[in-house]
Design a protein around this ligand. Structure first.
Ligand code: ADP
Ligand code: ZN
Ligand code: MG
Length: 495
């Protein structure tokens, strides 16, 4: 709990209430072109360069539905266990804002593309299903630029490049009961949509945007309280912070005998607080009506089946398969299936090395650690999966000790070289040849008459001294099992 939250209400009071949360998430679909015209969807181009009469809303210009956008939306719906409606319709949502040149947004209203879905989250080891009310297609609006120009005190500039970018809106049921559950829901949603490559979900580029609806009620009550809607949540951390603040604010009002006003509130990342933006009295009347310039969407069973057949493995399925096929532990399988590139990387190491459990250990421990430290993604790993597989094989065949492998690993990471090349150059290998080890052990015993004497008198702890000498002499390269056997044979039983 943040300090700003704590000053509103004590943890004891807070514990008497339960939060109710529903999220509305907008996701940019990964199409090359916009939803109703052929303008590119590329990010970061000069303002107002990716526009045409259709997305500028010129009179007489007609929209044409981008089939790829519909396909991606359907795939998202299927991955989220929604029922896809065989008949749905686009609708006009009318409002006036400088970044909306047509004076309406083309969206869906009473007949959305898909409904009645769910996804599963896990919080503190407990799994829970969160309902998805609806998933619909819509177009994005442009962007008002209030800052950054030398006359920004007098003017607002408008960039219409985003006008007509295809989005899906995913509305959840009010099924979440804490900010942690909301965080887990958004994380899972992002993971699924990235897995099926429906969206990059890049929050910094605005590809994933989230509004949170939240109310509170006394624990045990089954009636929903009045909700507020919190906007401007452009990171996962902000979502959690804003919800914690808003929950405490509402509880404090109710505790003081007040009532919650249904309103839209803005989160301020600098203060960690939310502030009222517009109350429901000033709520828009969007005057929705069916879009007359576009045909209804008719989605055949065959098309659905085709798209279902093309659906890649989802994160939960992949995790289960990793447990069954590779014998991984639940936790390890969860980490390794976090993203598809990571899961693919692990599978390539596992298959090339023939030792999935040891591969999992190296990918999860050393590799993820090194990548994290270097600020790199798995897709940028300087170590290709084949090299890591080679390392695992070298350990398995006894040519490398675990200790040596850990020494070689950072060199592989820094140079991009395979382990065999580094071993060759640096003369690193495990010494498993009994003859060679015997010769070294004989030398050590000859040089240590005092310790030998002690050992023979029953001071068996001296065994460790001999091993230490051997490791020192071989720079840790002696095979410990073979060396132990030889040493035991040489020393015999102490008297
Ligand atoms: P609105 O009429 O304001 O659009 P909806 O009923 O369509 O409200 O719901 C919008 C979002 O708010 C959904 O995600 C829904 O789950 C959530 N929601 C609805 N009622 C509540 C409530 N009492 N507390 C918290 N969230 C709620
Ligand atoms: Zn256009
Ligand atoms: Mg609504």
């Amino acid at each position: 709990m943040s300090t700003s939250t704590q000053s509103l209400v004590s943890p004891e009071v807070l514990a008497r209430y339960e939060a109710v949360i529903g999220l509305e998430v907008h996701v940019q679909l990964a199409t090359r072109t916009k939803i109703f015209c052929r303008c590119p969807t590329s990010f970061g181009d000069p303002p107002n360069t990716n526009v045409c009469p259709v997305c500028l809303g010129m009179p007489g210009a007609l929209p044409v539905m981008n089939k790829r956008a519909v396909e991606l939306a359907i795939q998202a719906a299927l991955a989220l266990n929604c029922r896809v409606n065989s008949f749905s319709r686009m609708a006009r949502k009318n409002y006036f804002y400088p970044d909306l040149p047509k004076g309406y947004q083309i969206s869906q209203y009473e007949l959305p593309l898909a409904e009645h879905g769910w996804l599963e989250i896990e919080v503190d080891g407990v799994t829970k299903r969160i309902g998805i009310t609806r998933l619909h297609l819509e177009e994005d609006a442009g962007k008002s630029l209030h800052e950054g120009f030398k006359d920004s005190d007098r003017y607002t500039y408008v960039d219409l490049n985003r006008c007509g970018i295809p989005l899906i809106e995913i509305v959840s049921e009010p099924d979440m009961r804490s900010s942690a559950e909301a965080y887990a829901y958004l994380t899972k949603l992002k993971q699924i949509l990235q897995y099926i490559e429906v969206s990059t979900c890049d929050m910094e580029k605005g590809h994933l945007r989230c509004d949170a609806n939240v109310s509170v009620r006394p624990k045990g009550s089954t009636k929903f309280g009045t909700k507020t809607e919190v906007k401007n949540l452009n990171s996962f951390r902000f979502l959690q912070m804003a919800l914690d603040y808003e929950i405490a604010r509402q509880v404090a009002i109710l505790e003081a005998g007040g009532t919650i006003e249904q309103e839209t509130r803005l989160f301020n990342p600098e203060t960690g607080q939310t502030a009222g933006m517009r109350s429901k009295e000033f709520a828009h009347d969007y005057r929705y009506f069916p879009e007359p310039d576009l045909l209804p969407l008719r989605i055949s069973q065959e098309w659905l089946e085709q798209l279902q057949a093309r659906m890649p493995e989802l994160p939960d399925q992949k995790r289960q398969r990793f447990i069954e096929q590779y014998g991984l532990r639940e936790y390890d399988a969860r980490v390794l299936t976090m993203t598809r590139p990571l899961a693919d990387y692990f599978e390539r190491v596992a298959q090339a090395s023939g030792n999935p459990v040891e591969s999992a250990k190296w990918v999860q421990g050393e590799l993820l650690g090194a990548l994290n430290e270097a600020g790199k993604e798995i897709t940028e790993s300087p170590i290709p999966p084949e090299h890591l597989a080679e390392l695992v094989r070298l350990i398995d065949s006894g040519q490398l000790t675990g200790k040596l492998a850990k020494e070689i690993f950072p060199k592989m990471f820094a140079s991009g070289e395979p382990p065999s090349v580094i071993m060759e150059r640096e003369g690193l290998r495990q010494i498993s040849d009994p003859a060679e080890l015997e010769r070294l052990i004989d030398e050590i015993l000859a040089e240590s008459p005092k310790q030998l004497e002690q050992y023979r008198k029953g001071k068996t702890g001296v065994f460790g001294y001999f091993m230490g000498q051997l490791m020192k002499r071989t720079r840790g390269q002696a095979n410990p099992q073979v060396a132990t056997e030889i040493l035991q044979k040489k020393l015999g039983q102490p008297t």
